[in-house]
Design a protein around this ligand. Structure first.
Ligand code: SF4
Length: 372
C-alpha cells in the first residue's frame, strides 16, 4: 500500500516527524499544531512526552507557584458573556460591590497570609471609570506596598477608557502610577472574532485586545496570556489563538506565562442554552497544555490551572509541558460562580506533594517569575 492509499499511516508518520523536528528547534506551523490537537489515541502520550522534554530544555525541572490572593471588587457587570456564571445585574441579591474600607481590610488580610501577589478582576460595574480603578489600586498599594498588584485585563482597560473619555494608553499609565504591577491577560477567551461573537458579544474584539496588550508591554507593564477552551471553538480556532500570542511575544517579549483555562460549563448560559459542550475532556486538557508548550517556543512558562481542571489533572499537565502551578488563590469566585468546586485555596504543602510525586522540586516564585 502506498502513502497515498493510506492517509492515516501518513499522518502517523507526520506526527512523529513533527515531534522530532520541534525538539530540534523547528517552529511549529499552524497546520502541524492542528494535527497534534486532533490526535485521539495513545499517541497523545507521545505528544505530552515531547512537550515535557521541551519544558525541561526551556525552564528545567522545578515546579513553581505564587502565593497570592484574589480580591474580586464587584460582581456587577454590564456585560453578559455566555460563559460567565460570576456576573450579576444591579438589584440581584447576590450582587456585591466592596467599599474601599473592605478592600483595605482584605488587603491587610492578604498581607498577614504572606502573599506576594494580590489579584483583582471584577465585573464591569456600571458606575466604574478610570478613576475607580486608580482608587482601588492606590488603596491596595498603600495598604501593602511590597505586594505585587496583578490586576485588570484589556477589557477593563477599554471600558475605563470609554467611560472616562481618554485613551487606553492613558488608562494604563494611570493604573501603573497607582501601583499596578502587571496586567492579567484574561478577556482573551478565543482570539477569533467569529467565536467571540458567539460567546462574548459585548467584549472587545481581537484587534483591540492585541492593541491594548501591545500598549501595556510598550509601557513596561508585563502581562500574562490566556486561552479559554472547551466550549464551542474548533481546533483551528485554538491554533489561531496560539498564533496570535506567539506573534505578539515575538514583537514585545511582554508575556510572562501562558495559561490554558478549561471552560467550566455548569452554571453558564452558553451551556444551558445548548451553545457549548460540557467542557473539555481530559484528552483535550492534556493536549492543550502540551501543544501550547510545543507551539509557544517564545513563552517560557506554561501554567496549569488547578482551579479549572482539578488538582489531579493539573499534575498530569505538569508532565505534559507545564512548569507552573499558578497561585495559592485564597478567595476564588470566578470559577466557583461557573460551577467549579474546591477553588478557594491550595496549600503549598499539597503542591509540594504533587511536585515531589513526579520527581520535581517545588519553588515559590514572584509574579514575574523570580524565584524566592
Ligand atoms: S466574563 Fe467578565 S465581562 Fe463577561 S459577564 Fe463575566 S464579569 Fe462581565
Amino acid at each position: 500500500m502506498t502513502e497515498k492509499d493510506n492517509p492515516a499511516g501518513r499522518r502517523q508518520e507526520d506526527l512523529y516527524g513533527i515531534l522530532d523536528r520541534v525538539l530540534e528547534g523547528h517552529r511549529l506551523f499552524e497546520e502541524e499544531a492542528v494535527i497534534l490537537f486532533e490526535v485521539q489515541d495513545r499517541r497523545i502520550w507521545e505528544i505530552a512526552s515531547a512537550a515535557d522534554k521541551k519544558r525541561e530544555m526551556t525552564v528545567g525541572n522545578q515546579v513553581t507557584y505564587v502565593r497570592n490572593q484574589n480580591i474580586n471588587v464587584t460582581n456587577y457587570c454590564i456585560n453578559t458573556c455566555g460563559f460567565c456564571g460570576f456576573s450579576k445585574k444591579p438589584g440581584d441579591k447576590e450582587g456585591f460591590l466592596h467599599s474601599m474600607e473592605e478592600i483595605r481590610r482584605k488587603t491587610g488580610q492578604a498581607r498577614s497570609r504572606g502573599v506576594t501577589e494580590i489579584c483583582t478582576v471584577s465585573g464591569l460595574h456600571p458606575d466604574f471609570d478610570a478613576g475607580s480603578y486608580e482608587r482601588i489600586f492606590s488603596v491596595i498599594h498603600e495598604a501593602a506596598p511590597e505586594v505585587h498588584i496583578h490586576a485588570s485585563n484589556p477589557m477593563e482597560v477599554a471600558y475605563a477608557a470609554r467611560k472616562s473619555g481618554i485613551s487606553t494608553r492613558e488608562v494604563l499609565r494611570m493604573m501603573k502610577e497607582a501601583g499596578l504591577g502587571s496586567l492579567c491577560g484574561t478577556a482573551a477567551e478565543i482570539l477569533v472574532d467569529e467565536v467571540r461573537d458567539l460567546i462574548c458579544p459585548g467584549k472587545i474584539l481581537t484587534d483591540e485586545w492585541i492593541r491594548i496588550i501591545r500598549e501595556a508591554h510598550s509601557l513596561g507593564i508585563k502581562t500574562t496570556a490566556t486561552i479559554m477552551y472547551g466550549h464551542c471553538e474548533s481546533v483551528h480556532d485554538r491554533v489561531r489563538h496560539l498564533s496570535v500570542i506567539r506573534k505578539i511575544q515575538d514583537e514585545t517579549g511582554g508575556f510572562t506565562e501562558f495559561v490554558p483555562l478549561s471552560f467550566i460549563h455548569m452554571n453558564t448560559p452558553l451551556y444551558r442554552n445548548g451553545l457549548a459542550r460540557a467542557g473539555a475532556t481530559g484528552r483535550e486538557d492534556l493536549l492543550m497544555t502540551a501543544v501550547s508548550r510545543l507551539f509557544l517556543d517564545n513563552v517560557d512558562h506554561i501554567q496549569v490551572s488547578w482551579v479549572k481542571t482539578g488538582i489531579k489533572m493539573a499534575q498530569l499537565g505538569l508532565v505534559s509541558g507545564a512548569d507552573d502551578l499558578g497561585g495559592t488563590m485564597f478567595e476564588e469566585s470566578i470559577s466557583k460562580g461557573a460551577g467549579a468546586r474546591n477553588t478557594d485555596y491550595l496549600d503549598p504543602a499539597e503542591m509540594e506533594r504533587i511536585a515531589l510525586d513526579i520527581g520535581r522540586p517545588l519553588r515559590q516564585r514572584t509574579t514575574l517569575y523570580n524565584l524566592l
